[in-house]
Design a protein around this ligand. Sequence first.
Ligand code: HEC
Length: 496
Amino acid sequence: MALIYCLASQGPAVALDLSANEQAGKRLYREGLSSSDAQLTARVGASDISVPASVLPCASCHGNDGRGRSEGGVRPPSLDWQRLALGQGERESNSRRYPAYSDASLARVIRSGIDPAGNRLDPAMPRFELTLADQRNLTAYLKRLGEERDPGVQENTLRLGTLLPQQGPLAEAGRVVRAVLEDSVEQLNRLGGVHGRRVQLVVQDPGYDPVSTQQALQALLQQQVFALVAPVAPLLQTQALERAGVPLIGSTPRTGGASLVFDPLPSVPEQLLSVALHARETLRLENLQIVYAGADQAADAEALRQRLQQLGWSPPPPQEAVATQAAGEGIVFVGRAQAFAELAGRLQAVGRTPYLFAASAQVASAVPGLPAQWSQRVFLAYPFVPGDWTAQGRAALAGMQRRQGLDARQASLQVSTLCAWRLLTEALQQVGRDASREQLLAALEQLHDVDTGLTPLLGFGPGRRQGLAGAHVVAVSLPGPRFVEVAPYRAAAQMP
Ligand code: HEC
């Protein structure tokens, strides 16, 4: 099994603290620059053409993390100090066999391309003319280079982390997400993993309150995970992620983390914009009242009001559900299932059944319990519907459900988890073997038109952290309930 539930925690990740000489060595390694004014030269290829070393810094071939590259013919080997110089015995790379490097033989191979056994290196490795001081700095840095990798990236494994509750109200969601992730990891590793690394998933249980969630997140970060995928938690405070620069791909409720969190799904206000638009364009409702339940929903309600204003509407200020007189013909509801059911009950008690608009992700579980009076009065926003599924997407989903014994009726959570996984692995593939968190963030940001076969095309962009930007509109018939799509997916950008 690829999943590990971690009980013990290891020491926290330490930021790499380099001496002045090591810093200078790092500059040479990454940029080809001397610590003096000297212009360093590299001689390239079999014919010894001289170019500035800044054109061909070590990192351009061996990678920022010194792990080398697997592509190409004669490959730049890993410069891990352990592999090059420590311990006894012969080493081998590119079919050359040689004893351990010393500081002196390392200087020689960089200067003349001769290894400790006297073998001549392939001319693909340039010869560098370095000053004595530069060579010393470079060697000092190479001894630390192995520590330079971001946490979670090892020679043969890549560690990803997630939070999945085993008890409490979110335990069922935790179980479903766990099965989807476990299955996805297994499928990926069977195909060789990502760039030669097997993926390992580290799981912590967040419990069911914000304090235990916070502790679980800390524990997860201490276990050196490269990124977080599809966590399930009541509310995630992302400061700890931000401090450590850890990307998160998933849809959990959270505060903060604007730049590091990539959510495959649209935000609640964006989803609600689609239903509000349907209310006006198709149902011809003139006045919509935004109603929210709970202080934690007020910001989303206000965000929605502002979006509607940008579209030229003038909705009244959002009202709290408990206080609402809701005189209008239509209510856009922001809040959870229980509060939605209560609102419907209160309205019905005073003989009113206005149109109710809400995000399926928030209220779906209350819908089957609504009385028949609400038939065709409730409209829900869905980021994706089964109509989006291609034959291939459908088959992949069904295969996973079969392997993991998952209920096809819980497809929504399964699909959003698959989307998070797909976006993460797509970005990891693009980053290549020399993976850093910084590069992962850049690669995520550049993803566009990712075809999951289960949703509209997903993608992000500079400053754009939501994979989808709109929703389908679905009408609810009761009793049943039966769901009928009444307006197709439309991205916010395509709204008037
Ligand atoms: C243009 C690509 C390129 C650049 C730039 C480059 N290398 Fe290399 N390097 C290689 C290749 C390819 C090999 C493998 C040659 C072989 O095995 O015959 C290699 C081999 C080596 C080796 C030998 C490792 C072993 O296992 O024997 C060392 C050490 C090394 N490089 C260090 C450096 C350093 C330090 C720099 C920067 C000053 C640097 N390289 C710049 C491509 C490069």
